[in-house]
Design a binder for this molecule. Structure first.
Ligand SMILES: [Zn+2]
Length: 59
């Protein structure tokens, strides 16, 4: 089996890890009820997505 000849340097290791970072959840106000909701998700407060009701919400 192939085995690495050299230990990965701190620089190369950190360069690899530069792409693995936590992202802040993007929250935007719902155009329907102005409650904060994640982008590209049905609003859990009013059940609206793209100007129509996509989900029944118990009010
Ligand atoms: Zn809403």
């Amino acid at each position: 089996m192939a085995v690495p000849k050299r230990r990965t340097s701190k620089s190369k290791r950190d360069m690899r890890r530069a792409h693995s970072k936590l992202t802040v959840p993007r929250l935007v106000p719902c155009p329907q009820c102005h409650e904060l909701k994640p982008t590209h998700r049905v609003c859990l407060n009013c059940g609206y997505y793209k100007e129509r009701e996509a989900l029944k919400v118990n009010q």
